[in-house]
Design a binder for this molecule. Sequence first.
Ligand code: BEZ
Length: 186
Amino acid sequence: MSANTIADNRHRHNLEAMTEIWLFGYGSLLYKIDFPVLEQRKASVRHWVRRFWQGSHDHRGTPDAPGRVLTLVEEQGSLCQGLAFRVEPGVFEHLDHREKNGYLRHCATLLFADGEQTEGLLYVADENNAAWAGPASITRIARQIKASVGPSGRNEDYVLKLADALRAFDYEDEHVFSIERALLSE
Ligand code: BEZ
């Protein structure tokens, strides 16, 4: 599959047919909200975990020296905490472009803190995309992140901003926080 997923995403969901569109954010969408939001709520998705397993050729690295950014990986029994944004369909033109380096939109059930739930969309990059970086030890991931920079800035700043955002929402994430600790201890 090509690393540019814009065309694939355009055909995946009939956004105009949806009465309400909820988007789940778990990564950069927690601290970089550069699109109009109608409503925002804390939310979680079951059976997914955040992992720095996606290569970044276009934001936090380059094709020759890719950085690492987040994707979601399926893990039965896990819960990933994030934010749900109610948005207009037009938002996806911008987001599909922003997240074109391997991410496809998927449907998922979003769980709100008050026990309500709704169907929503989230972006996942899996092992079938050309920018996939895959699993590695925390030390190796942190080293790659420390060494990477791209058009959107230092890869390290992505991790530090994300960790701050998770703390601001009172969310735990050992994978993210252990990479943050490794970066700060170097
Ligand atoms: C997110 O923050 O939800 C997100 C992460 C990577 C790609 C698209 C969205």
